[in-house]
Design a protein around this ligand. Sequence first.
Ligand SMILES: [Zn+2]
Length: 249
Amino acid sequence: MSFFNSIGRSMQRAPRPPKRSTTPTSATFPADAQTPPAGDIQGTTQQKPLFLCSPFVDAALVKGNFKTIVMQPKYTDIMEWVAVNIFDFYQNLNLFYGVLAECCTQHSCPAMSAGSALNYTWINQDRKSVQLPAPTYIDYVMTWVQNLLDDDNTFPTKSGKDFAPTFPSTVKHVYRQLLRVFAHLYHAHYPQILHLRSEPHFNSLFAHFLAFGREYELLDIKDIKGQQGQLVAVGALWERWKEVGILES
Ligand SMILES: [Zn+2]
Protein backbone atom coordinates (compact mmCIF):
# COMPACT_ATOMS: atom_id res chain seq x y z
CA MET A 1 0.00 0.00 0.00
CA SER A 2 2.24 2.74 -1.27
CA PHE A 3 -0.12 5.45 -0.05
CA PHE A 4 0.93 4.78 3.48
CA ASN A 5 4.64 4.58 3.00
CA SER A 6 6.90 7.36 3.89
CA ILE A 7 8.45 7.72 0.47
CA GLY A 8 5.09 8.80 -0.90
CA ARG A 9 4.86 11.23 1.96
CA SER A 10 8.18 12.85 1.23
CA MET A 11 7.47 13.13 -2.48
CA GLN A 12 4.33 15.15 -1.88
CA ARG A 13 6.08 17.84 0.02
CA ALA A 14 5.73 21.32 -1.31
CA PRO A 15 8.86 23.31 -0.59
CA ARG A 16 8.44 26.40 1.50
CA PRO A 17 11.10 29.00 1.97
CA PRO A 18 12.74 28.93 5.39
CA LYS A 19 11.32 31.61 7.63
CA ARG A 20 11.88 32.72 11.16
CA SER A 21 9.86 30.82 13.66
CA THR A 22 9.67 30.13 17.33
CA THR A 23 8.11 27.20 19.05
CA PRO A 24 4.50 27.75 20.00
CA THR A 25 3.38 26.55 23.36
CA SER A 26 0.16 26.32 25.28
CA ALA A 27 -3.06 28.19 24.66
CA THR A 28 -3.33 31.60 26.14
CA PHE A 29 -6.36 33.77 25.99
CA PRO A 30 -6.79 37.51 25.94
CA ALA A 31 -7.00 39.05 29.37
CA ASP A 32 -9.88 41.24 28.38
CA ALA A 33 -12.56 38.81 27.28
CA GLN A 34 -15.05 41.59 26.63
CA THR A 35 -13.16 43.14 23.77
CA PRO A 36 -14.39 41.84 20.45
CA PRO A 37 -11.56 41.14 18.06
CA ALA A 38 -11.00 43.54 15.23
CA GLY A 39 -11.48 42.01 11.83
CA ASP A 40 -14.64 40.17 12.78
CA ILE A 41 -16.30 40.33 9.41
CA GLN A 42 -19.30 38.32 10.43
CA GLY A 43 -20.95 41.40 11.79
CA THR A 44 -22.19 41.51 15.33
CA THR A 45 -21.01 38.93 17.77
CA GLN A 46 -24.60 37.94 18.59
CA GLN A 47 -25.26 36.71 15.09
CA LYS A 48 -25.11 33.00 14.44
CA PRO A 49 -21.98 32.40 12.38
CA LEU A 50 -22.66 31.57 8.75
CA PHE A 51 -20.84 28.26 9.05
CA LEU A 52 -23.48 27.13 11.55
CA CYS A 53 -26.37 27.99 9.22
CA SER A 54 -28.09 25.60 6.84
CA PRO A 55 -27.21 24.43 4.30
CA PHE A 56 -23.55 25.28 4.91
CA VAL A 57 -23.23 23.55 8.27
CA ASP A 58 -23.87 20.10 6.79
CA ALA A 59 -22.23 20.61 3.41
CA ALA A 60 -19.70 17.84 2.91
CA LEU A 61 -17.83 15.97 0.23
CA VAL A 62 -18.52 12.66 1.90
CA LYS A 63 -21.62 11.37 3.61
CA GLY A 64 -21.65 9.48 6.85
CA ASN A 65 -19.42 9.13 9.84
CA PHE A 66 -15.68 9.72 9.69
CA LYS A 67 -14.90 6.90 12.08
CA THR A 68 -14.16 4.40 9.33
CA ILE A 69 -11.63 6.52 7.49
CA VAL A 70 -9.64 7.39 10.57
CA MET A 71 -9.18 3.78 11.65
CA GLN A 72 -5.65 2.50 11.42
CA PRO A 73 -5.33 0.16 8.43
CA LYS A 74 -4.09 -3.33 9.10
CA TYR A 75 -0.34 -3.87 8.98
CA THR A 76 0.50 -0.20 9.33
CA ASP A 77 2.50 1.24 12.16
CA ILE A 78 0.45 3.63 14.29
CA MET A 79 3.18 6.28 14.32
CA GLU A 80 3.39 6.12 10.53
CA TRP A 81 -0.39 6.31 10.26
CA VAL A 82 -0.47 9.43 12.44
CA ALA A 83 2.48 10.96 10.57
CA VAL A 84 0.99 10.50 7.12
CA ASN A 85 -2.36 11.90 8.22
CA ILE A 86 -0.77 14.94 9.82
CA PHE A 87 1.16 15.49 6.65
CA ASP A 88 -2.06 15.40 4.63
CA PHE A 89 -3.97 17.68 7.00
CA TYR A 90 -1.13 20.16 6.89
CA GLN A 91 -0.89 20.07 3.09
CA ASN A 92 -4.61 20.51 2.57
CA LEU A 93 -4.92 23.26 5.15
CA ASN A 94 -1.92 25.01 3.63
CA LEU A 95 -3.59 24.94 0.22
CA PHE A 96 -6.74 26.52 1.65
CA TYR A 97 -4.74 29.11 3.48
CA GLY A 98 -2.80 29.88 0.32
CA VAL A 99 -6.05 30.76 -1.42
CA LEU A 100 -7.46 32.72 1.53
CA ALA A 101 -4.21 34.51 2.41
CA GLU A 102 -4.99 37.59 0.36
CA CYS A 103 -8.02 38.20 2.59
CA CYS A 104 -6.09 37.58 5.80
CA THR A 105 -3.94 40.64 6.25
CA GLN A 106 -2.52 42.61 9.14
CA HIS A 107 -5.27 45.13 8.47
CA SER A 108 -8.22 42.69 8.32
CA CYS A 109 -6.89 40.43 11.07
CA PRO A 110 -4.68 42.31 13.54
CA ALA A 111 -5.24 39.44 15.99
CA MET A 112 -5.42 35.64 15.71
CA SER A 113 -9.12 35.57 16.44
CA ALA A 114 -11.17 32.38 16.72
CA GLY A 115 -14.27 33.53 18.57
CA SER A 116 -16.07 36.72 19.51
CA ALA A 117 -13.92 37.01 22.64
CA LEU A 118 -10.97 34.79 21.83
CA ASN A 119 -7.61 35.77 20.37
CA TYR A 120 -4.77 33.27 20.47
CA THR A 121 -1.39 34.55 21.54
CA TRP A 122 2.04 33.31 20.55
CA ILE A 123 4.86 32.42 22.92
CA ASN A 124 7.98 34.11 21.61
CA GLN A 125 11.64 33.24 22.09
CA ASP A 126 11.71 35.12 25.40
CA ARG A 127 8.82 32.92 26.59
CA LYS A 128 6.55 35.93 26.49
CA SER A 129 2.98 35.69 25.32
CA VAL A 130 2.49 38.11 22.44
CA GLN A 131 -0.42 39.07 20.25
CA LEU A 132 0.38 38.72 16.57
CA PRO A 133 -1.61 39.60 13.46
CA ALA A 134 -3.30 36.42 12.21
CA PRO A 135 -1.25 36.16 8.99
CA THR A 136 1.97 36.36 11.00
CA TYR A 137 0.73 33.82 13.52
CA ILE A 138 -0.37 31.42 10.78
CA ASP A 139 2.88 31.89 8.92
CA TYR A 140 4.80 30.96 12.08
CA VAL A 141 2.65 27.86 12.57
CA MET A 142 2.90 26.67 8.99
CA THR A 143 6.65 27.28 8.80
CA TRP A 144 7.21 25.52 12.10
CA VAL A 145 5.16 22.49 10.98
CA GLN A 146 6.84 22.39 7.56
CA ASN A 147 10.25 22.39 9.23
CA LEU A 148 9.19 19.52 11.49
CA LEU A 149 7.89 17.54 8.52
CA ASP A 150 11.19 18.13 6.75
CA ASP A 151 13.17 17.04 9.80
CA ASP A 152 14.06 13.38 9.46
CA ASN A 153 14.54 13.10 13.21
CA THR A 154 10.90 14.07 13.82
CA PHE A 155 9.21 12.55 10.78
CA PRO A 156 11.60 9.81 9.69
CA THR A 157 11.29 8.78 6.06
CA LYS A 158 14.02 6.19 5.77
CA SER A 159 13.21 2.59 6.53
CA GLY A 160 14.73 1.34 9.73
CA LYS A 161 14.67 4.73 11.39
CA ASP A 162 12.28 4.87 14.32
CA PHE A 163 10.11 7.69 15.52
CA ALA A 164 11.51 9.54 18.52
CA PRO A 165 9.90 8.92 21.93
CA THR A 166 8.85 12.58 21.87
CA PHE A 167 6.82 12.07 18.67
CA PRO A 168 3.42 11.79 20.42
CA SER A 169 3.88 15.03 22.33
CA THR A 170 5.24 16.80 19.24
CA VAL A 171 2.25 15.82 17.13
CA LYS A 172 -0.19 16.90 19.83
CA HIS A 173 1.49 20.25 19.76
CA VAL A 174 1.24 20.39 15.97
CA TYR A 175 -2.40 19.35 16.08
CA ARG A 176 -3.35 22.06 18.52
CA GLN A 177 -1.75 24.74 16.35
CA LEU A 178 -3.37 23.46 13.16
CA LEU A 179 -6.71 23.53 14.98
CA ARG A 180 -6.13 27.21 15.66
CA VAL A 181 -5.59 27.87 11.97
CA PHE A 182 -8.86 26.09 11.13
CA ALA A 183 -10.58 28.01 13.92
CA HIS A 184 -9.39 31.37 12.58
CA LEU A 185 -10.34 30.60 8.98
CA TYR A 186 -13.86 29.56 9.99
CA HIS A 187 -14.26 32.50 12.32
CA ALA A 188 -12.83 35.26 10.16
CA HIS A 189 -12.89 34.03 6.57
CA TYR A 190 -15.97 31.92 6.09
CA PRO A 191 -17.54 34.36 3.60
CA GLN A 192 -14.51 33.88 1.35
CA ILE A 193 -14.74 30.10 1.72
CA LEU A 194 -18.38 30.34 0.62
CA HIS A 195 -17.45 32.66 -2.20
CA LEU A 196 -15.09 29.97 -3.48
CA ARG A 197 -17.86 27.38 -2.98
CA SER A 198 -15.35 25.40 -0.97
CA GLU A 199 -17.48 24.83 2.11
CA PRO A 200 -18.15 21.12 1.44
CA HIS A 201 -14.45 20.53 1.00
CA PHE A 202 -13.41 22.63 3.97
CA ASN A 203 -16.05 21.06 6.23
CA SER A 204 -14.98 17.56 5.24
CA LEU A 205 -11.33 18.37 5.82
CA PHE A 206 -12.10 19.82 9.23
CA ALA A 207 -14.46 16.99 10.25
CA HIS A 208 -11.78 14.48 9.22
CA PHE A 209 -9.19 16.45 11.22
CA LEU A 210 -11.44 16.46 14.30
CA ALA A 211 -12.35 12.79 13.99
CA PHE A 212 -8.72 11.79 13.63
CA GLY A 213 -7.63 14.05 16.47
CA ARG A 214 -10.16 12.55 18.84
CA GLU A 215 -9.53 8.97 17.77
CA TYR A 216 -5.81 9.22 18.51
CA GLU A 217 -6.14 11.62 21.45
CA LEU A 218 -4.29 14.39 19.71
CA LEU A 219 -6.89 17.00 20.58
CA ASP A 220 -8.37 18.01 23.90
CA ILE A 221 -12.04 18.92 24.04
CA LYS A 222 -11.12 22.19 25.75
CA ASP A 223 -9.05 23.17 22.74
CA ILE A 224 -11.97 22.49 20.41
CA LYS A 225 -14.56 24.30 22.49
CA GLY A 226 -12.57 26.85 24.46
CA GLN A 227 -13.77 27.92 27.87
CA GLN A 228 -16.60 29.94 29.30
CA GLY A 229 -16.41 33.51 28.06
CA GLN A 230 -13.72 32.59 25.53
CA LEU A 231 -15.43 30.05 23.34
CA VAL A 232 -13.88 28.82 20.14
CA ALA A 233 -16.49 29.52 17.47
CA VAL A 234 -15.98 26.16 15.75
CA GLY A 235 -16.79 24.38 19.01
CA ALA A 236 -20.44 24.71 18.01
CA LEU A 237 -19.66 23.05 14.70
CA TRP A 238 -18.13 20.11 16.56
CA GLU A 239 -21.32 19.78 18.65
CA ARG A 240 -23.52 19.98 15.58
CA TRP A 241 -21.55 17.33 13.70
CA LYS A 242 -21.80 15.01 16.67
CA GLU A 243 -25.58 15.52 16.76
CA VAL A 244 -26.03 14.65 13.10
CA GLY A 245 -23.67 11.67 13.22
CA ILE A 246 -20.80 13.06 11.13
CA LEU A 247 -18.59 12.70 14.21
CA GLU A 248 -18.71 10.16 17.02
CA SER A 249 -20.73 11.40 19.97
ZN1 LIG B 1 -7.46 36.27 8.97
